[in-house]
Design a protein around this ligand. Structure first.
Ligand SMILES: [Zn+2]
Length: 397
């Protein structure tokens, strides 16, 4: 009997506690939903209906009404920058930086964003100053990369070299190709200002940074040729064969000129034919073809390109073959052959391009520095159409 009356007392207490808990939960939920401004839902609705401009305006209202929504400020700021609205992005991030209630991590993140806004706006000095301050923070790696971009765009090669080396020790990634190219860029400026000793020191530094830097020897050879030191030019350019032979096509034509001046043409032809066999490229073939035509006549030039066409039946080789054929045909019988050659030549020119391995940008001439993505040494030393055989060997024989 006692047992039953005990339960009669306890049950309503449990019931009351359950009711209270449910009420507390409902109240909590109501408070939370009231804390989210209506603009927030409006913004979400616009986003879902793919109306980003209206969504942004709604979120700005939220950010204005509730200063606690720090993450929303960050998100809007970087969105504005991506959309090219740099002024709005800068204002948003500057407000964050100026706020006294931000923790040091959030303030650093806001500075990192603000520096990127300045960079996008072209205010390089302001961006540089902030990125320099960020080198000792968690953003150090990103800051160094941005600083490197700034120094390259300003052609401040001394700072670019120092920053690339700092990046190398910070990330463990090699920046040797970049550093060597920066030394080459500096050497070119020094040489143009007649600071010859400094220019040669920079070239030596480029080779020390990257002993495979063919560009350094291409440049040194050019200088020697310009100064009339043809023997030295030839010696320097020939070093590329032991260094990075795929780049020999870049010096083939001037090397031939210097050797012609030195009266060493038979030796030059022999040398370049050897290169063509070991490191064949269409640019090398074009130089050897022209030199053979001038030195040994049309028949020898035709034999050269015929052999090349059999070895590598590409459009470029066919173009040269037809050009050689034209020299063999009497002037009044050239019409058909000329038409055929013009067609092949135009098609080959359209296809034969250097292509950046980093961004895919195609260029008619070779670049050490990609004009599209800013990569260094990202162009392979051969044209992209060179590897595609277009004619079967059997058909030619
Ligand atoms: Zn590129």
């Amino acid at each position: 009997m006692n047992f039953e009356s005990y339960w009669l007392l306890v049950l309503p207490v449990f019931f009351g506690l359950g009711w209270l808990a449910a009420r507390v939960d409902i109240r909590h939920l109501l408070t939370e939903s009231r804390a989210l401004p209506a603009s927030y839902f409006k913004g979400l609705n616009f986003l879902l209906n793919e109306q980003p401009d209206k969504a942004i305006e709604a979120f700005i209202e939220v950010a204005r009404a509730d200063q606690q929504t720090i993450e929303l400020h960050f998100a809007l700021g970087s969105l504005f920058r991506r959309r090219g609205e740099v002024d709005r992005a800068t204002r948003m991030h500057q407000n964050l930086v100026d706020r006294s209630d931000l923790g040091s991590d959030q303030r650093t993140a806001a500075l990192h964003e603000l520096a990127q806004d300045y960079l996008k706006a072209g205010l390089l000095d302001r961006a540089e100053a902030i990125f320099k301050d960020l080198r000792k923070t968690v953003f150090s790696e990103a800051a160094l990369r941005f600083l490197l971009d700034i120094y390259v765009s300003e052609k401040d090669w001394q700072q670019a070299i120092a920053t690339a080396e700092a990046l190398e020790s910070a990330t463990g990634n090699a920046y040797r190709r970049e550093v060597a190219n920066f030394y080459c860029e500096r050497a070119a400026i020094e040489y143009s200002h007649s600071q010859l000793d400094e220019a040669h020191t920079s070239i030596a530094a480029a080779l020390e940074a990257n002993r495979k830097c063919a560009r350094a020897n291409v440049m040194q050879g050019d200088w020697a040729q310009r100064e009339g030191r043809h023997d030295a030019a030839v010696d320097i350019w020939r070093r590329i064969e032991n260094q990075a032979p795929d780049y020999l096509f870049l010096v083939a034509s001037p090397l031939m000129d210097s050797m012609r001046i030195l009266g060493r043409m038979p030796e030059a032809l022999l040398l370049l034919r050897g290169w063509m066999q070991r490191y064949p490229t269409l640019d090398l073939l074009a130089v050897v073809f022209r030199a053979t035509l001038a030195e040994e006549g049309a028949e020898s030039a035709l034999r050269l390109v015929r052999e090349e066409l059999h070895r590598s039946p590409t459009l470029g080789a066919l173009d040269k073959f037809l050009e050689a054929q034209l020299t063999q045909v009497a002037a009044d019988q050239r019409d058909d052959l000329q038409l055929m050659r013009d067609l092949v030549h135009a098609h080959n020119n359209r296809l034969s391009l250097f292509q950046c391995t980093s961004c895919g940008f195609k260029a008619r001439s070779f670049h050490w520095h990609c004009p599209a993505c800013g990569g260094w040494d990202t162009y392979p030393p051969r044209r992209n159409a060179e590897g595609d055989p277009v004619v079967k060997v059997e058909r030619m024989s």
